[in-house]
Design a protein around this ligand. Structure first.
Ligand SMILES: *[C@@H]1O[C@H](CO)[C@@H](O)[C@H](O)[C@H]1NC(C)=O
Ligand SMILES: *[C@@H]1O[C@H](CO)[C@@H](O)[C@H](O)[C@H]1NC(C)=O
Ligand SMILES: *[C@@H]1O[C@H](CO)[C@@H](O)[C@H](O)[C@H]1NC(C)=O
Ligand SMILES: *[C@@H]1O[C@H](CO)[C@@H](O)[C@H](O)[C@H]1NC(C)=O
Ligand SMILES: *[C@@H]1O[C@H](CO)[C@@H](O)[C@H](O)[C@H]1NC(C)=O
Ligand SMILES: *[C@@H]1O[C@H](CO)[C@@H](O)[C@H](O)[C@H]1NC(C)=O
Ligand SMILES: *[C@@H]1O[C@H](CO)[C@@H](O)[C@H](O)[C@H]1NC(C)=O
Length: 387
């Protein structure tokens, strides 16, 4: 009994000395962006997966392919992520890393030959992107929802373009938001991200920014009238001033960004990308924004520079891969910012780019041929992280 008492007092003393906050066990949640274009449709690569396959087929990029892909030859690979066993393993890996949620990129579903009857989807295909027309972009989300391991990780959506203004799409989000594993912030408000929403999308959505604000206000009301809390809506875009101004016009709750492109043709040391993220967070704070810090684990679209994809134009400029120490530094720094500036980062959540953007960054977290489980093992040593 005596020794127990001594130990108990020592523990109390230590925790109150090290940090008063730690004893309250405040813990920001950590999410990661998922881009699912690793699928077959009718036995062939789906429209976007076709370009991904082409971009990663040269031997020098094979190290990036995820654990479920194979090398067929020095100029060819194969993959099919649209399998329950693959998703089950991905969930177990993400859980091992200590991640709280995946943010699923949410695209329109197109018919054969890029057909669609939806004006918002048509606008996405022709204007927001060029020819982004997958047949089955929701395979990842569907496999996640049907997994027996589903409860190990939460989920949310990265909505894209103007289609989130469609009432039918909104009905679908509301169904997801009722799910017990839909990620929430601030005591139960469902968290939602929106990206690729600019002037053209605002025009398509509500005839401009003011009309679009009304569209999203109605969506909030729909959620509330169904017993879901007011969604916490985060607008993503690259430039702090622009995204803050657009978020204000839309009546959104906070800003973030999807990625931080940059670097040089020779490859810029990763630490510069970390600094670029820290600068972004600090600028957002300076303009008085509410913000979800983006933690970018890399940027290296050289596979797409060599074999271009139609929907975006990316050059050979890149950052070098983060080392294990640099990845930990990124996460520590992001959590520290989130805890220190809890007015700015009021939702107490952080979002990582990315889980599986393997043609756009060599820093993807998904276990890969070249780096195995290095990155998720690294995260597992520091997550969950408390304030
Ligand atoms: C890659 O391999 C598959 C399966 O053998 C084959 O059908 C396809 O034509 C190959 N692609 C290239 C570009 O060599
Ligand atoms: C568009 O509508 C037509 C007529 O209702 C239907 O046959 C077709 O399958 C629809 N196309 C898509 C891509 O939904
Ligand atoms: C798609 O377009 C091609 C080329 O124009 C055409 O041959 C084919 O019939 C079209 N497929 C469908 C399902 O409309
Ligand atoms: C998922 O979110 C719910 C509600 O926000 C939370 O209670 C739960 O702990 C979360 N689960 C995981 C695996 O993070
Ligand atoms: C945490 O962030 C604050 C504010 O930016 C900074 O002063 C402090 O040095 C950071 N601490 C660590 C351990 O990075
Ligand atoms: C924000 O941080 C301050 C200082 O650590 C703390 O007193 C306060 O409770 C925090 N607020 C929230 C909402 O976490
Ligand atoms: C990842 O794998 C590649 C290819 O084997 C290697 O060059 C690189 O150093 C590895 N990255 C890390 C962070 O170990």
């Amino acid at each position: 009994m005596l020794s127990f008492g001594v130990y108990f007092c020592a523990t109390l003393y230590l925790s109150s000395t090290i940090s008063a906050v730690a004893s309250e066990r405040l813990r920001p949640t950590v999410g990661v962006i998922r881009w699912d274009a690793w699928n077959l449709f009718n036995g062939q690569y789906d429209a976007i997966s076709y370009y991904l396959h082409r971009a990663l087929s040269p031997e020098k990029f094979h190290y990036r392919i995820p654990f479920y892909a194979s090398v067929l030859s020095p100029t060819n690979i194969s993959f099919n992520g649209d399998m329950q066993t693959v998703m089950d393993n991905e969930i177990l890996y993400a859980k091992h890393a200590g991640l709280d949620y995946w943010a699923f990129d949410t695209y329109c579903t197109f018919g054969p030959n890029c057909t669609t009857n939806n004006t918002y989807c048509s606008q996405y295909y022709k204007q927001t992107s060029n020819q982004y027309c997958p047949r089955n972009p929701a395979y990842g989300l569907n496999l996640y929802l049907s997994s027996t391991y589903q409860s190990l990780i939460n989920f949310t959506l990265v909505l894209l373009g103007s289609s989130p203004c469609d009432i039918a799409f909104q009905e679908n989000y509301l169904e997801h938001m009722k799910h017990p594993h839909f990620q929430t912030v601030l005591d139960g408000r469902p968290l939602l991200y929106l990206f690729q929403f600019d002037d053209a999308e605002a025009n398509s959505c509500g005839g401009g920014w003011t009309g679009s604000k009304q569209v999203f206000q109605r969506f909030r009301q729909m959620a509330i009238s169904r017993g879901i809390q007011n969604p916490y809506m985060v607008l993503m875009d690259f430039n702090v001033q622009t995204v803050q101004s657009h978020a204000t016009m839309l009546g959104f709750d906070a800003i973030s960004t999807y990625a931080l492109p940059g670097g040089t043709q020779q490859g810029t040391p990763y630490v510069e990308l970390l600094h670029s993220a820290q600068t972004w967070w600090e600028s957002a704070r300076q303009v008085g924004a509410k913000m979800v810090p983006l933690a970018p684990t890399g940027w290296d679209p050289r596979p797409r520079a060599e074999n271009p994809v139609p929907w975006t134009d990316e050059g050979p400029e890149h950052y070098l891969q983060p080392s294990v120490e640099e990845l930990q530094q990124l996460i520590r720094s992001g959590i520290n910012f989130t805890c220190t500036y809890n007015q700015t980062a009021e939702a107490q959540t952080m979002i990582i780019y990315a889980w599986n953007e393997c043609s756009e960054t060599s820093g993807s977290l998904v276990p890969s041929l070249g780096n195995g489980t290095l990155y998720i093992d690294t995260l597992s040593k520091i997550l969950p992280m408390y304030c």
